[in-house]
Design a protein around this ligand. Structure first.
Ligand code: BDP
Length: 712
């Protein structure tokens, strides 16, 4: 009788497990699943030991723990840690840990020098006469990033087999912004309660905090703002500082700094000053002391994020001071501790003030004149577009217009305006579109950035994001924050391989689904440059008819301007002139509807319904065709998923399938409601072949969603 050796048996079982129908997954493991690799792939992994020269640190402990977890998951065995370098070692080294890397003769020395504090390289190398797999960096955090990169390469190898990766982040600040409230509700959150259990902190530190740190570090995210931009004074009181410090302690080994959103009027509201005027010495003194107190508890505290004089939030303008006065006062308080202030440019005329003729112009008008007036440790954080996280917006005109001010991009990862976590929309494609836009003044948008912030889609749902596919948006955000020039399709391919399977029968169709999904949403919600047509306050379903809100620029009718004659917002010189805020080249090109990208047509132009589109259709017919295309897109997404059933674990298959089926209905609702409304305005008949909406307009107008999630 023949016996298998233990190792051979394990390998056999693992390869069976990898090919057999996979067990149910709940999505908690995100893209860090480390499922058993196929046998051939396992055999390619030549790791016999793990070597870390020098003393361990909490960060190298995290790297080693991750490598162990990854290797035991993928190959069934975790190699022992060893002190000596031998053949087959996975070697983690910095120049300080391994003098060979610092030696003048080392070819890696120059390469490493170019990678900065956070970069890393992965190489098959010969060190001390041994063949090793090398993860090298200049710092321990670089090693952690390198470890995650190596695990990624191993779990889902890129087409090229040779291990020759070197990578360094292009942006220094790569943050998540949680819009999480202190009662654990999440403003615009569609994934359950906040993961921050403020009540239980600081004593109870949920395992989730560590897993959150792992997931973010795997992408290179290095900062997180714990609380909502619509902030409360209490977050800056001693008990909450202690709670934030406890979170900071968990995140620190993973290279993630904690930041807080500060309410500008905090000292006044806590009754500790008589004013919040940024030029008042008592106010300045209060913030200095507050910063000192925070840094006592959190020595590497990142700094403050501020929403001021926007949507009712207090700010320096309450005292006739400028945004720069306000930001610089806070900046002075954190500067001695090397902290920063991220001051948001999301403003549009405060209540009661003179309303600009176009909300899209407001941020530029307020901030452009302040270029050069901000302290060195202030960054202005600008949303990707000038309105508000719409399914499609042209890039914000402030990018490229503030050469003397470091700017941060603010993307919204949570899908407030793109169907919550029930509709599939891969935002990687949208982020990429903005980042690669040419400002014609200072290169691409990506090139104007000093940092990036993503409004998180994370909650305490088991799968973190509310749906499996929404994990891809967190992933894509993180990878683009590391490299804003990366391609969203490559990122999608990586994510699909890691999250579902490297098997191309699975990964390739998922990539196609991701890549078509965002345009599909644009088609059924806001085609041809339409925007801000969502229902009041919940922002989910269609409500292009809304015209009764107290501010004109809250009403959808303000944005689409549809009437008997035509539709669209004229932002050219004959309209609001918002176009003039862009570089002259762009302004000239977009001044003419014929040379305006079709996808932004109605953003910049008001056109007659019978305007002849490049397709040969009238604008009216084109609009209808787009809605139909959107509905068809959702049906195609569903059909593409259904055929994958045999290759996906039952639980995730079903959870995704239900959402895709529901998305078809949401698309039909958008289509029908929009057509019913715009037809009531245009008075035009539906061309032959176009199906009439299922219900009269009154039906759609009567729909209401009083308990929609995410209103904080
Ligand atoms: C809007 C959201 C609102 C946020 C605001 C902001 O509806 O909940 O507070 O953006 O970014 O889109 O401050």
């Amino acid at each position: 009788m023949r016996f298998f050796s233990h190792a051979a048996l394990t390998a056999l079982l693992l390869s069976l497990a990898a090919t057999a129908f996979s067990a149910d997954e709940d999505g908690y493991d995100l893209w860090l699943r480390y499922r058993p690799l196929e046998r051939a792939a396992q055999q390619r992994i030549q790791v016999r030991s793990i070597v870390l020269p020098g003393a361990p640190s909490p960060t190298t402990d995290a790297a080693l723990a991750e490598l162990n977890k990854g290797l035991s998951g993928m190959t069934g065995r975790a190699p022992a840690s060893a002190a000596r370098i031998s053949d087959g070692a996975l070697l983690l080294a910095t120049p300080a840990r391994l003098p060979e890397l610092a030696a003048a003769a080392s070819p890696l020395r120059t390469e490493l020098a170019a990678l900065g504090d956070e970069g890393y390289l992965l190489r098959q190398a010969r060190i001390q006469g041994r063949n090793v797999t090398l993860i090298a960096a200049n710092s321990d955090i670089g090693l952690l990033y390198g470890a995650f990169a190596w695990l990624r390469e191993t779990a889902a190898p890129a087409a090229s087999r040779a291990l020759a990766v070197s990578s360094a982040p292009k942006l220094q600040l790569r943050l998540l912004n949680h819009w999480d409230n202190l009662d654990r509700t999440v403003e615009r959150g569609y994934a359950g309660q906040s993961i921050w259990d403020w009540w239980a902190l600081p004593d109870i530190k949920d395992q989730r905090y560590t897993d959150y740190a792992r997931a973010n570090a795997s992408l290179g995210i290095n900062g997180t703002v714990l609380n909502n931009v619509n902030s409360k004074p209490e977050v800056l009181t001693a008990p909450f500082i202690a709670k934030a410090a406890a979170v900071a302690d968990v995140l620190r080994p993973y290279g993630i700094k904690v930041y807080l959103s500060a309410r500008f009027s905090t000292p006044l509201e806590l009754h500790e000053t008589a004013t919040a005027d940024p030029l008042a010495p008592e106010v300045q003194q209060w913030w200095r002391a507050k910063a000192d107190e925070i840094y006592q508890a959190i020595p590497d505290f990142g700094g403050f994020l501020v929403k001021a004089n926007s949507e009712g939030q207090p700010g320096p303008q309450d005292y006739h001071r400028t945004h720069a006065d306000g930001a610089n006062m806070l900046a002075a308080a954190v500067a001695p501790h090397k902290g920063i202030v991220m001051w948001r440019a999301f403003v549009y005329a405060p209540k009661g003030a003179h309303l600009a003729d176009d909300r899209a112009k407001q941020a530029y008008e307020e901030f452009k004149p302040l270029d050069g007036k901000f302290a060195a440790n202030v960054l202005v954080q600008v949303k990707n577009g000038a309105i508000d996280f719409q399914p499609r917006e042209p890039f914000h005109p402030l990018f490229g217009a503030m050469p003397k001010t470091p700017l941060m991009m603010e993307f919204q990862i949570t899908k407030e305006y793109l169907g919550y976590s029930t509709d599939l929309a891969y935002l990687g494609a949208m982020f990429e579109e903005t980042l690669e836009s040419d400002t014609k003044a200072a290169g691409t948008v990506a090139q104007t950035l000093s940092g990036m912030a993503g409004v998180a889609n994370i909650g305490s749902d088991r799968n973190w994001a509310g749906s499996h596919f929404d994990q891809a948006n967190w992933y894509a955000y993180g990878r683009l924050a590391w490299n804003p020039q990366a391609k969203s399709r490559d990122i999608a391919a990586e994510w699909a391989a890691l999250t579902f399977s490297p098997d191309q029968r699975v990964a390739a169709p998922i990539v196609d689904m991701l890549m078509m999904s965002r345009e599909t949403v644009v088609d059924y919600m806001t085609p041809l440059g339409l925007h801000h047509l969502m229902g009041t306050s919940h922002h989910h379903g269609p409500a292009p008819w809304v015209d009764n809100l107290e501010r004109p620029d809250w009403n959808p009718v303000y944005y689409h301007r549809a009437d008997r004659n035509g539709i669209g917002f004229n932002r050219t010189a004959t309209g609001s002139s918002a176009l003039q805020q862009y570089a002259p080249e762009i302004a000239r090109q977009y001044a003419d509807p014929r040379t305006t990208p079709e996808q932004l047509l109605l953003w910049f132009h008001h056109l007659p319904w019978d305007y002849a589109m490049p397709s040969g259709r009238t604008l009216w017919a084109e609009l209808l065709a787009r809605y139909d295309k959107g509905v068809a897109g959702t049906k195609s997404l569903h059909a593409r998923w259904v055929v994958l059933k045999p290759l996906i674990d039952a639980r995730r298959y079903t959870e995704v399938e239900q959402r895709l089926a529901r998305q078809i209905n949401n698309a039909i609702l958008w289509r029908d409601a929009s057509i019913a409304y715009f037809q009531s305005v245009s008075g035009l008949p539906l061309p032959p072949g176009v199906q009439a909406p299922a219900h009269p307009l009154s039906y759609y107008k009567a729909l209401s969603y009083p308990y929609a999630p995410g209103r904080g």
